[in-house]
Design a protein around this ligand. Structure first.
Ligand SMILES: NC(=O)C1=CN([C@@H]2O[C@H](COP(=O)(O)OP(=O)(O)OC[C@H]3O[C@@H](n4cnc5c(N)ncnc54)[C@H](O)[C@@H]3O)[C@@H](O)[C@H]2O)C=CC1
Ligand SMILES: O=C([O-])CC(=O)C(=O)O
Length: 333
């Protein structure tokens, strides 16, 4: 039976910032085509761009029209953040500078922090308190932290950052390494920062019919190959494409929003405000394993046993986030 829509009496209002950029170009068809919010849910798009990119955004709007998506109710474009966020149910924050070869994502902090301060303030007054926010612009976790700081009316639980791309990369690499279908791999999580310190954790994972990943993959493979490959995957894509990941990022944003709003049977990774679980400082936007239920609620999975190996990696990524938080607050004070 077809899934009932989230809002049966009206379209869902989705704001996308950086809407003329690369990720948006791959994401907008997923949203307007029904892949993200379900095949029955009408969508109204509110697209934000800087003034200089509005002509290019008009081309994107023409293409959306030419796709003739039955679920696309309306498209509104603006360069005013307050207008863009007005009454939105979901805000997808892509608009930011991407990194170039040789940079770490945190090198973007100075350039991008101001954007997330301004957008946090605009969301705070214009969006409903129930708005669900996903920050994608890098450094995504710390930008989400800044946004949360400047949007006190929005519950902390509603502000997230994207680490699903890292989880998708990790699941895909496990499946390729073991020669098994992706659908058989479960419980691979990403902890921490969307950066080269993140900890892609397979030690709770398994392959259906084959057993635990902790028996199928040895720690030297994990330490020397698997973990560094996932940590540096974004940089590898930049080196090859001379531009950062866009198709896979858009796909992961779609997965994140779909599972958050519509629920999932699987445990997924999202960066969310820590409630103190696993010793992570409260309020830090940290990637955890989560269970999501339909309607936009989630719980951090509690009680996972973390061995010394995992704890060592988690400490490194947590310390990096604490340092980024301090730097961001100093920049904006
Ligand atoms: N968290 C994650 O997993 C990933 C994050 N990213 C990050 O996503 C961001 C966007 O990437 P792309 O789409 O490839 O970049 P892009 O440069 O193609 O597009 C960004 C767009 O944002 C717009 N923009 C800049 N400032 C803005 C503002 N204040 N308000 C509204 N729009 C604004 C620009 O005009 C541009 O059109 C980058 O920061 C990138 O590093 C990229 C891939 C994965
Ligand atoms: O690496 C980058 O700068 C873009 C990104 O976040 C990713 O691909 O994971």
């Amino acid at each position: 039976m077809a899934e009932t829509p989230l809002f049966s009496d009206r379209p869902i209002n989705v704001c996308v910032t950086g809407a003329a950029g690369q990720i948006a170009y791959s994401l907008l068809p997923l949203i307007a085509g029904g892949k993200v919010f379900g095949p029955q849910q009408q969508v109204s798009l509110r697209l934000l761009e800087i003034e200089a990119a509005l002509p290019s955004l008009q081309g994107v709007v023409m293409e959306l029209e030419d796709c003739a998506f039955p679920l696309l109710h309306s498209v509104f474009t603006t360069s005013d953040a307050r207008e863009a966020f007005r009454s939105c149910d979901v805000a997808v924050l892509l608009g930011a500078f991407p990194r170039k070869q040789g940079m770490e994502r945190k090198d973007l902090l100075e350039k991008n922090a101001g954007i997330f301060k301004e957008q946090g303030e605009a969301l705070n007054t214009e969006a409903g308190a129930n708005v669900r926010v996903i920050v994608v612009g890098n450094p995504a976790n710390t930008n989400a932290y800044i946004l949360k700081h400047f949007a006190p009316n929005i519950p902390d639980k509603n502000i997230t950052a994207l680490t699903r791309l890292d989880q998708n990369r990790a699941v895909s690499l496990v499946a390729r390494k073991l020669g098994v279908p992706l659908s058989k791999v479960s419980d691979v999580y990403v902890w921490g920062n969307h950066s080269s310190t993140q900890y892609p954790d397979v030690l709770h994972g398994s392959v259906e019919g084959k057993g635990k990943l902790s028996y199928l993959l040895d720690k030297s493979y994990l330490e020397e190959t698997f973990i560094p490959t996932i940590q540096k995957r974004g940089a590898a894509v930049i080196a090859a494409r001379k531009m950062s990941s866009a198709m896979s990022a858009a796909n992961a944003v779609g997965d994140h929003l779909h599972d958050w709003l519509l629920g999932s049977d699987r445990i997924v990774s999202m960066s969310v405000a820590s409630d103190g679980s696993y010793g992570i400082e409260k309020g830090t936007i940290f990637s955890f394993p989560l269970r999501c239920s339909r309607g936009g609620t989630y719980e951090i999975v509690k009680g996972l046993q973390l061995d010394d190996f995992s704890q060592r990696y988690i400490k490194i990524t947590a310390d990096e986030l604490y340092a980024e938080k301090a730097e961001a607050l100093a920049l904006l004070s």
